[in-house]
Design a protein around this ligand. Sequence first.
Ligand code: GLA
Ligand code: ZN
Length: 662
Amino acid sequence: MDIIHGVDYYPEQWLEYPEILSDDIKMMKKAHINTVVLGVFAWDFEEPEEGIFDFSWLYDIVSKLYKNGINTIIATPSGARPAWLAKKYPEVLRVREDRTKNLYGMRMNHCYTSPIYRDKVRIIDDKIASVFYSHPAVIGWHISNEYHGECHCELCQEAFREYLKSKYGSIDCLNNAWWSSFWSKKYTSWSQIESPSSIGERALSGLELDWKRFVTFQTRDFMKMEVETVRKYGTDKFIASNMIGSLIEIDYPHFSDILDIAGLDVYPQWGRDDNVPDEAGFQHDVTRGFKRKPYFLMETTPSMTNWEEVCQPKRPGIHMLSAIQAIAHGSDSFIMFQWRKPLGGFEKFHGAVVSHDGCDDSRVFLEVSETGAILEKLSEIQGSEVKPDVAILFDWENRWAIKASKGPRGSIDPDQRAFDIYRILASQGIDVDVISSDFSIDQYKVVIAPLLYMVKAKTAENIKDFVRKGGVFIATCFSGVVDEYEKCFLGGAPGPISDVLGIKSKELFTLYCNESNRVDSPVFSNSCKCTFWCDILKLHGAEAFGVYRDDFFSGSPAITVNSYGMGKAWYIGTDLEYEGLEKLITHIIKESDVKQSLLNLPLGVRVHRRSRDSFDYLFCLNFNNYAVSISIPDAIDFESGVNVTGNIELKPYGYSILKLIR
Ligand code: GLA
Ligand code: ZN
């Protein structure tokens, strides 16, 4: 199969402009578009009145595209509903957390519980699948659009109570889990329970957590209904959905199992600063982590967005580089939002392959078409895997719990901590899986858990088992503090991972913004500054690998390492400055026999590896606006087929794909 080079296409906006529709097909061929996504927001065209369906216009377009060699991915339209539906059945609209009911408007504005909405979606999905499943152009289904958000209507409240009943069985059990003996919060009947609200309960973190779990559960259930509806017609077409990486509250890793392919929508602010390539890379790796399989990049702009404060178009070369970056991380597609700029509406200024001038000689068009021509040559890489030696545990429930918890130090940002570690690894050419703490970890050499505040029982077992068998585990401060109900461990932190880490945390000493301490360790040439907080530790078998220099706990351990079974477990008890953290992580990685795709990468260069059979494909990406030279092993230049070795040059925003025989 080819790598998908696709666009989100909205022909329904142009049905009265037949010449535009035929120009579109000609121009798509010129731009090397091999697939379009159709129907994402077309419900009002597909069912203009309740029960009256019209797919003829869509069928006609799908067929015309197909005759021109372009495949289709058909979307279910549940992301935005027609006005008639919302007006006739107001229950389909969301209620906000402050209990105000939304009016008809915008999109994604629907209740995932409403039986009427589910019914209407099921009916339209079924019609779509029945009309299109046998069309040879249709290669897959695109389920809805960026599932997210929550609804607090009475139907959702009732469903939440049912969810809690089946989770806890008895109200006593729930009270116990939520520690509701505090502030007279004991519930005596299920009917007293309400979702968290700014005009109601915000002080029970158990409630907050279970509400978020319920929202994921209900959203997943809704998606499952959509998936089953289209799946009924056959299993020969893939089912994918566009998700938003880690930017959304929904615990995507826990519902992507119902999809064949996980999807990513990503809109990096290219050019903003040096972190952007890694921010994008992180989202790619988060998405690959949902199924630990190749995934689809389902939306990105060919040029600019329209919703940032500064919507800067991509500079020359960035578009191609961003496409190669996607493939490098394990995507088998590069789909752009959107094909043509609409004349009106919210997204008329959003980047598109074709602008309002309708020309095919714009810089954007030419770069898109050049990118498409290159992607056509990469079909051999499609389906190959990314198999990192290192995983970062990045767990939605843990992130929710940290955010829901009051104290012990404001502005704790688990995402930033995970990203810092990710950046350190990325800058050294180390591929990483970013995964939920519920996933198995046996296949890695090193597992890093930044701020793993919540340690679930199974996670603790996995970690111990992993280290016992020879793995290297790294935890940072504020780990092992609470269980899955967000209750602190009796016996203190780091709870069930104390023995594997060989330490106990005696006191968490937080620092004001104008305060800092220093850590002395053999790994820092001098010492390393630390801020934010200092875990005061007692060794229970571990050795100190770094000690605090100042304050009343001067000389006490700040970094520890414990031998456990055949492996080692590290604990970093404070927030080390980036350079120090980098030195420490580099030291640990060096000891651990982790694959580094290339050594001594220049700043701004990233390298990723995909593998198949006895081949590795090495993607060398230069995010600098100047040329750099990198040193490579014996390889074949994938595009030219020529043997290369020694030093090669990467052009400004350039790349090179190398094929290595293992
Ligand atoms: C999201 C949506 C698209 C579009 C883009 C614009 O990802 O899914 O429909 O609105 O944003 O950036
Ligand atoms: Zn609802």
